[in-house]
Design a protein around this ligand. Structure first.
Ligand SMILES: CC(C)(COP(=O)(O)OP(=O)(O)OC[C@H]1O[C@@H](n2cnc3c(N)ncnc32)[C@H](O)[C@@H]1OP(=O)(O)O)[C@@H](O)C(=O)NCCC(=O)NCCS
Length: 265
């Protein structure tokens, strides 16, 4: 074999090896991506399969501060009693009709559907019997007689609706609603619930906690951004396209470099 033919063979062999290497690398990359996708879906599935997420957080089952004494219960969207559904709708209207303004009628319908979705997870906040004079007032006057009680718990004073979902391929805990009755605002309960949610997100290996806030809801904006250190996500309309005039922002708090790179930067 002359040296030119040998050289040609060597080159074609090298090219073949290169091609094989590229195809191989692509295959590895593709299989890595698929494996990662599967792993992330498994995380969401596992998080959703936990029947009572509060079991792992004993310290968070009760909250006693500023004259308020409450206990927490967990729930699922497809297992709500009609009394609880009514309570949720009533509290949403009371708290959110103002911030949503003219969008409320449409939004109310959306929220009704979201409320009962099988993937909806809840934390219900029940006032406890030894709580405060407020509860005595309610009992004596019957002012809030329609407030439902579940088993041995006292009346509801608020709830948190969350879901485990994928956002930009990152598994996240998305807070759909955090709604407290006006009479329990400013006592640290909202912060306590969000701390619990962040722990739940991390225990279930979620990359972030995300939520949507109406821009007109200045109180909630201040609560999340100034007090709880949430930031406006890259997924928020104002970041995607500053010219887009939307009434809400999407906020997030991330727990991993990958989630930070995708959702914050
Ligand atoms: C927003 C909401 C969940 C906050 O819960 P909360 O129990 O009132 O808040 P907290 O008492 O835990 O307050 C936590 C911190 O935020 C501050 N904060 C709460 N409400 C505030 C307000 N209106 N203005 C200024 N600061 C406020 C508190 O001073 C506290 O700060 P600190 O830790 O330095 O003392 C509650 O007010 C609520 O249910 N609002 C109506 C529904 C709503 O808007 N939900 C959010 C929709 S996304």
């Amino acid at each position: 074999m002359d040296s030119e033919t040998l050289q040609r063979r060597r080159s074609s062999c090298a090219a073949g090896n290169n091609n094989n290497a590229v195809v191989g690398a692509k295959r590895v990359k593709r299989s890595e991506i698929l494996a990662k996708k599967k792993a992330v879906e498994e995380l969401i599935k596992a998080a959703n399969a936990v029947m009572n997420p509060l079991e792992a957080f004993h310290a968070y089952r009760h909250f006693r501060l500023n004259g308020l004494c409450v206990c927490l219960k967990s729930g699922h969207g497809n297992q709500l009693s009609s009394a609880v559904k009514q309570y949720i709708q009533r509290l949403l209207k009371l708290n959110m009709e103002g911030p949503y303004g003219s969008e409320w009628l449409e939004e109310e319908k959306v929220k009704r559907r979201e409320m009962v979705a099988p993937e909806a997870r809840y934390i219900f906040v029940h006032e406890m019997a030894d709580s405060s004079a407020d509860e005595m007032r309610i009992m004596l006057t019957g002012e809030d007689a329609s407030t439902p009680c579940l088993d041995d718990s006292g009346p509801l004073v608020g709830f948190l609706h969350y879901r485990f979902v994928l956002e930009e391929e990152i598994p996240v805990l998305y807070v759909y609603e955090l709604q407290l009755e006006h009479r329990v605002w400013g006592k640290g309960l909202g912060k306590f619930l969000m701390q619990l949610i962040e722990l739940m997100a991390q225990k279930n290996c979620m990359g972030a906690v995300m939520l949507t806030v109406q821009k007109a809801n200045l109180q909630a904006m201040n609560f999340y951004i100034s007090k709880l250190r949430y930031v406006i996500s890259t997924m928020s309309p104002s970041k995607v396209n500053p010219m887009m005039d939307k009434s809400y922002e999407i906020l997030c708090k991330t727990f991993s470099d990958e989630a930070k790179a995708v959702l914050e930067n």
